[in-house]
Design a protein around this ligand. Sequence first.
Ligand code: ASP
Length: 295
Amino acid sequence: MNSKKREPIAICTWAFEKANAAAGAALSQGMSALDAAIAGVAVEEENIKNTTVGKGGAPDREGNVTLDACVMDPTGNCGAVACVEGYTNVAALSKKVMTDTPHVMLAGQGAEEFAAKKGFTRDRLLTDDSAAAYKEWLKTSEYKPIINIENHDTIGMLCMDINGDIAGACTTSGLSYKMKGRVGDSPIIGAGLFTDNEVGGAAATGMGEEIMKSVGSFLIVELMRNGMSPQDACKEAVMRTIRKNPDYKDFQVAYIAMNKRGETGSYCIHPGFTMMEYKQGDNRRIPSNHYISKE
Ligand code: ASP
């Protein structure tokens, strides 16, 4: 830890303005980077209008809402949960896995039993709106997990606190109408999220399968360790996917990153992705550079 106080920073995927502002305000009041990131993403986990994170998230193709999340702290410790039903605050639950178990990840029923034991409140995550949308989807059962940003909008958040320490959280309901049991990149440390307090952090959103194949967030942090700016590192991670997968036009992959100096960046395949950045009390929406110039 540094003795000199730093200007806190919060960044997150997409235009989750309130979530980022909440994290920024918490950091300004001296909250740790990890707790601020968890408090920030909780705003979207609890937002029932958001159909891609937490309560109100779109279900899988059997009608069950299953959530994935992970967190990583400045010491390099991390926790994650996958395929959790009936609990909204899965980023906070991931922290409990990190602090109160000898493990990094709990999945499914085991994670749910652990949540109950830790006093998390059980809830019905399928809202009337998402149940109605699901009923509509059942008419065709068409599964097109392509670039439609409304089908996948994970919140990944990176925070730097007043001590200059970096941590992050990532939480999602995954791809809408995914296969039962499907888990994406978001709870996978290194894929959906990675932080290293000596270097910086990165978080991902988009087609989880592609992000997992390149371990994108870890890649970005390692590129920054070797001297790349957050912006260039995000671009290089997207380019790895583009070079390897000729079908890259059919899906979105997007990254955000922050380094230890507080510089930030983002990059994605398709236009439409934005990042929120809280710096010096100002919460700004920053459109991301993208590989494909026009749809
Ligand atoms: N990456 C998430 C997943 O594949 C979805 C998203 O970010 O939109 O589960």
